[in-house]
Design a protein around this ligand. Structure first.
Ligand code: 5AD
Ligand code: SF4
Length: 437
C-alpha cells in the first residue's frame, strides 16, 4: 500500500505532512514516487491567499483521474482550506473520500478506516481538538535528513485584519518544553544537526503556559547535545524583545538569520492591518538585531495593495526595504480572504497598478539580494552539507541560509564544513571546501 502527499503553504503544513507520512508509515504504507501509484492521496491545503485555493482545486482535478484505474484509491483533503471550507470543497469535488481540519490530524487512522469502508470520512471541528498534541508523538518522514522542523506553538492570537490564519489554525497553544526537548533529542539521535522551530507566531511561545519565555525555549533546545544549529520561523515583530535578541546573539547554535515580516512600510497601512507597530518601532527592532548580531541575514513578508494603500504608502515600503537591505523579501499582492475584517473594505487600486507596484518592488529587491550575496565573495563560511545535487555537487546552507554548491566527497553529506566562497550567483554561492585555511 502506498501514499502520496501534496503539500501547499507554509512550514507548519510541511511539518503536518511529515507527521501524516509518519502516521501512514506506522500503518504500513510506503511512499509512492508518483500519485498514479498511490492507494491514498492526501492534499494538504493552504488558504492564505486566493491563488493557493485555486491550486488545490486544480490538483484535485488531476488526482480525480486515479479513480479510473484504482477505484478504491482514497483521496483526502486536509489543512487550512479544508478547515475553512471543507464542506464547500466536498460539494465542488464530490469524488473526495476524506476531509479533515487542522487540529484533528491525529485522527487520520480512524478517518482512513471509515473512508476505506466506503463512507465519506469528514471531520472538521469548530473547537480545537484537545488531544491535538497526540500528533507530536508520531515520527516524521522527512525529505531532509539533517535539518528538521519542530512545531513549538500552534495558532495565532494576533488579529491582522487581512489574515485567515486565526480562523484556520485557532488560538495560540504552546507545546510543553519537555515534550519539545524529547522530540529534539529523538531527531538528534536520528542524525539531525539543525533544528528549525516553527509556529505561526513563535516569538509568542510560552505566553499561554504561564511565565515561560521564548528565549528560555531557545536556551533549552541549545542545551541538547548534538544540536548544532537552531533556526525559528515566524516571529511577530511585536513579540520580539531585546532579551530574546540577546539570547539569540549569545547562543552559538542560533543561526544569524531571521524572518521578520513587516507587511507594509506606511504607518497608516500598518494600522489598518492592525499589526501593532509603527515603521519606526519595527526599524528599532531591526537596529537592535543588527547591533547584537552584526552579520544577521534578514528576510521579510510584504503585502502590496492593501485596501486604502496609496502610491505614497507603497513608497514607504520601498524605503524600508532599501534601508534594511533584506537578504530576501517575499512579496504578495493583497488577496481578500472571506471572513477576515479587511475582506469587507473595498479595494482602492486597480489590479494592474498593484501588479506594477509588486513587480517594481521585486526588481528593487533582486538587486539588494544580489548585492548581499556579493558580500560573501572571498569569505569562508560554515556550510551544513545536506545532499549531493543532480550535477554531483555537494549542496548545503550557510548559517545565514544561503544556498551553497561545492565540489567534494560524498562523505561530507551531513557534516558542517568550511567553504571559501569563490563565485556568487543570484540565487546561490559556489566555493571550495576549507579554501584558504
Ligand atoms: N493577502 C496577501 N498576502 C497575505 N498574507 C497573509 N494573508 C494575506 C492576504 N490576505 C501573507 C503575509 C504573511 C504571509 C505568510 O502571507 O505576508 O506573512
Ligand atoms: Fe497557509 Fe497560513 Fe495555513 Fe500556513 S497557516 S498553510 S500559510 S493558511
Amino acid at each position: 500500500m502506498k501514499y502520496y502527499i501534496r503539500t501547499f503553504g507554509c512550514q507548519m503544513n510541511v511539518n503536518d505532512s511529515e507527521k501524516m507520512a509518519g502516521i501512514l508509515k506506522t500503518l504500513g504504507y510506503e511512499p509512492a514516487q508518483d500519485w498514479k501509484e498511490a492507494d491514498v492521496i492526501l492534499v494538504n491545503t493552504c488558504s492564505v491567499r486566493e491563488k493557493p485555493d485555486q491550486k488545490v482545486l486544480s490538483a484535485l482535478g488531476e488526482f480525480k483521474k486515479i479513480k479510473k484505474d484504482k477505484p478504491n484509491a482514497i483521496i483526502g483533503v486536509c489543512g487550512c482550506l479544508a478547515q475553512r471550507a471543507g464542506y464547500e470543497i466536498l460539494q465542488k469535488a464530490p469524488f473526495i473520500d476524506m476531509v479533515f481540519g487542522t487540529t484533528n490530524i491525529h485522527h487520520l487512522p480512524q478517518l482512513l478506516e471509515e473512508a476505506k469502508s466506503g463512507n465519506k470520512a469528514v471531520e472538521i471541528l469548530e473547537e480545537i481538538d484537545e488531544n491535538e498534541n497526540l500528533l507530536d508523538q508520531f515520527p516524521t518522514v522527512r525529505e531532509n535528513k539533517y535539518t528538521a522542523f519542530v512545531t513549538v506553538i500552534r495558532g495565532c492570537d494576533k488579529k491582522c485584519t487581512y489574515c485567515i490564519v486565526p480562523t484556520t489554525r485557532g488560538k495560540e497553544r504552546s507545546r510543553r518544553i519537555g515534550d519539545i526537548l524529547r522530540e529534539v533529542q529523538f531527531l538528534v539521535e536520528d542524525g539531525v544537526k539543525e533544528i528549525h522551530l516553527i509556529g505561526q507566531n513563535v516569538t509568542a511561545y510560552g505566553k499561554d503556559l504561564g511565565d515561560v519565555k521564548f528565549w528560555e525555549l531557545l536556551q533549552a533546545v541549545a542545551s541538547v547535545p548534538g544540536v548544532e544549529r537552531i533556526r525559528f520561523t515566524t516571529g511577530h515583530p511585536r513579540d520580539l524583545d531585546e532579551d530574546t535578541i540577546k539570547v539569540m546573539a549569545d547562543l552559538p547554535q542560533v543561526c544569524e538569520a531571521l524572518h521578520l515580516p513587516i507587511q507594509a512600510g506606511s504607518d497608516k497601512v500598518l494600522q489598518a492591518m492592525d499589526r501593532g507597530y509603527t515603521q519606526k518601532e519595527y526599524l528599532q527592532k531591526i537596529d537592535l538585531l543588527k547591533k547584537y548580531i552584526p552579520d544577521i541575514a534578514l528576510s521579510t513578508d510584504i503585502i502590496v495593495g492593501f485596501p486604502g494603500e496609496t502610491y505614497e504608502d507603497y513608497l514607504e515600503t520601498v524605503k524600508v526595504i532599501k534601508e534594511v537591505e533584506y537578504d530576501q523579501v517575499f512579496a504578495f499582492k493583497y488577496s481578500p480572504r472571506p471572513g477576515t475584517p479587511a475582506a469587507d473594505i473595498p479595494m482602492t487600486e486597480s489590479p494592474e497598478t498593484i501588479s506594477k507596484w509588486l513587480n517594481d518592488l521585486i526588481n528593487i529587491q533582486k538587486d539588494i539580494t544580489f548585492k548581499k550575496n556579493l558580500s560573501y565573495e572571498g569569505k569562508t563560511v560554515e556550510v551544513l552539507i545536506e545532499e549531493v545535487n543532480e550535477e554531483g555537487k555537494l549542496t548545503g546552507r550557510t548559517r545565514t541560509n544561503k544556498l551553497v554548491h561545492v565540489d567534494g566527497p560524498q562523505e561530507y553529506v551531513g557534516y558542517i564544513v568550511n567553504v571559501k566562497i569563490e563565485k556568487v550567483n543570484r540565487f546561490s554561492l559556489e566555493g571550495r571546501i576549507n579554501g584558504g585555511d
